[in-house]
Design a protein around this ligand. Sequence first.
Ligand code: GRF
Length: 198
Amino acid sequence: MLKVVVLISGTGSNLRALLDEASAPDFPAQVIAVGADREAAGFGHAEAYGIPTFLVPWEQFDSREAWGEELAAQLDVWQPDLVVLSGLMRLLPAGLVDRWAPHIINTHPAYLPEFPGAHGVRDALAAGAAQTGASVIVVDNGVDSGPILAQERVPVLDGDDENRLHERIKPVERRLLIDVVRRVATGDLDLAAASTSL
Ligand code: GRF
């Protein structure tokens, strides 16, 4: 059974979908803990499933590196096989990425390399794109620049605003994330090989 730690900042709807899926007896991965950089609403989903949570509050540290050291210490406690960033709205310090890569993945609400960064949905709308998408990537030390593991297009529709478009992208993100976690767990997807060959 693949042991997964999920890191969030927000509502955790993608986390919830993964937890729902992982509750099926035949799902080959298990979420063993959920962490966040703030008191995230998504902790409620972990609690609903009796999964432990941990908080590494961003504002209580003097630097990204100091915050990252505490986060790294928490991950070392849990020793996951895979770390999933699911809406964690912080860049990780290089040392932490180097420690976990390629066993650290991120979901992103755009068709990378298009529209990286914290406002991928807003940026796609601002650019007048006819389509955007969702991606799952291996985290590297750039901004949403790691090897792409899965992605799918989502059309931009007349009348879309940021919220409406994001709410149509998220179900695609969830499906891609669940599929990637399943494939990593079954050995169908080798993250180390994917990181060098993609
Ligand atoms: C997702 O679209 C994620 O890719 C982005 O933030 C959203 C998280 O949503 N960075 P939720 O917290 O899972 O509802």
